[in-house]
Design a binder for this molecule. Structure first.
Ligand SMILES: *Cc1c(COP(=O)(O)O)cnc(C)c1O
Length: 374
């Protein structure tokens, strides 16, 4: 029997123009450290309403550098959500800082601002938000708390490029905003990420740290540079940035298509009591990185396996981070600490969602889910 092709939960949408732009750079002199990097940074920053962008080799690298320039170090406590990809907290842990998890809201699945203040101590340095599934957090409340306690807000917006909160674009309100250009995200560079900020000091430090910590001093000679702080090689290539620039031209169309598919799914599942569809508040415009549904009264694992067997590449986003062995051992988190996130995890599966998802595949996903539930 022929193997059923898998419709994955996320996938890049690449066209001939993207390929042409990459090939142009491949035929040019500079594969890296050329003009496309800054062009891409400026274009993304402009699109998001931020002053500066620093493009790096991944979203994880972007988080790492943002945390370093925020001054996060060993012993600091950082408020964040347990419902995120590991990198959000991993990059805190590698700096020796403690992620102080706060439970989520059951509707938006984002950090619950009402629970933040009671966890702030003298060691708290920043709040790291995650706009889960593309739905921005409650920034009026979060920014107010941050201001009152003199904390930085770093927004992990890897799910939320192009999303809006009360009419304002993601990237225009946190101290630093983090993007990823992994193939499943809104636009791709293969691997890649960016830090957005309005803070010139952060911007300069980020650029230096991306490139070994090298500070050029041309007044001392054309060759001359100094290391003031050791940095990394977190550079992104010019052909990746050419791909990113070409992809960015299509961002509005991509988001529009994601939103259309969400409407199709929402309508199809409206009268199925076993499925809870994801929420979008009326004051936000989600850019819908993923489509997470929650199952009622039916077994998650059986449903997951049955869908996979039918070629529907469902996923789970995510097992809350405090349930991972490392976070339990190192920071003494335990099962039961964040009941809303855990309850959600017990019921969640992610359905395929990406702009190039074929109409017939959308129909197939809906049909198979209905079949399995009945
Ligand atoms: C994808 C993602 C990252 C990491 O991005 P990479 O580019 O894969 O390193 C970080 N945080 C969240 C929430 C993500 O979804």
């Amino acid at each position: 029997m022929a193997k059923i092709p898998i419709i994955s939960y996320g996938h890049q949408s690449i066209d001939d123009n993207d390929i042409k732009e990459v090939v142009k750079v491949l035929k040019s002199d500079l594969l890296t450290q050329g003009p496309k990097v800054e062009e891409f940074e400026k274009a993304v920053a402009r699109y998001c309403g931020a002053k500066y962008g620093v493009a790096v080799s991944s979203g994880t690298a972007a988080l790492h550098l943002a945390y370093i320039v925020a001054g996060i170090k060993s012993g600091d406590e950082i408020i964040t959500t347990p419902l995120t990809f590991a990198a959000t907290a991993n990059m805190l842990a590698v700096l020796g800082a403690k992620p102080v998890f706060i439970d989520i809201k059951s509707d938006t699945l984002n950090i619950n601002p009402d629970l933040i203040e009671e966890k702030i101590t003298k060691k708290t340095k920043a709040i790291v938000t995650v706009d889960f599934a593309g739905h921005p957090c409650d920034y009026d409340e979060i920014l107010k708390i941050a201001k009152k306690h003199n904390l930085l807000v770093i927004e992990d917006a890897c799910h939320a490029l192009g999303a809006k909160y009360k009419g304002k674009k993601v990237g225009s309100f946190a101290d630093m905003t983090i993007l990823s250009f992994h193939p499943v995200k809104h636009i791709t560079t293969g691997e890649g990420g960016m830090i957005l900020t309005d803070n010139k000091d952060f911007y300069k430090k980020l650029k230096t740290l991306r490139h070994h910590g090298i500070v050029k001093k041309p007044e001392k000679g054309g060759w001359y540079y100094e290391i003031e702080n050791p940095g990394y090689n977190y550079r992104i290539t010019d052909f990746q940035c050419a791909l990113g620039l070409s992809q960015l031209k299509k961002i509005n169309r991509f988001i529009k298509r994601r939103r259309e598919i969400v409407v199709i799914y929402n309508r199809a599942f409206k009268n199925i009591k076993e499925i809870i569809t994801p929420t979008e508040k009326d004051y936000v415009k989600s850019s819908w990185h993923i489509y997470p549904i929650q199952l009622r009264w039916i077994d998650k694992r059986k449903t997951f396996d049955a869908l996979q067997k039918q070629g529907i590449g469902v996923q789970v986003h995510y097992m809350p981070l405090h349930l991972h062995p490392f976070y339990q051992k190192k920071f003494r988190y335990k099962n039961g600490d964040f009941p809303v996130a855990e309850k959600y995890y017990g019921k969640e599966i992610t359905l395929p969602l990406f702009p190039s998802l074929a109409e017939k595949d959308i129909k197939k996903v809906i049909k198979e889910i209905k079949k399995i539930i009945n």
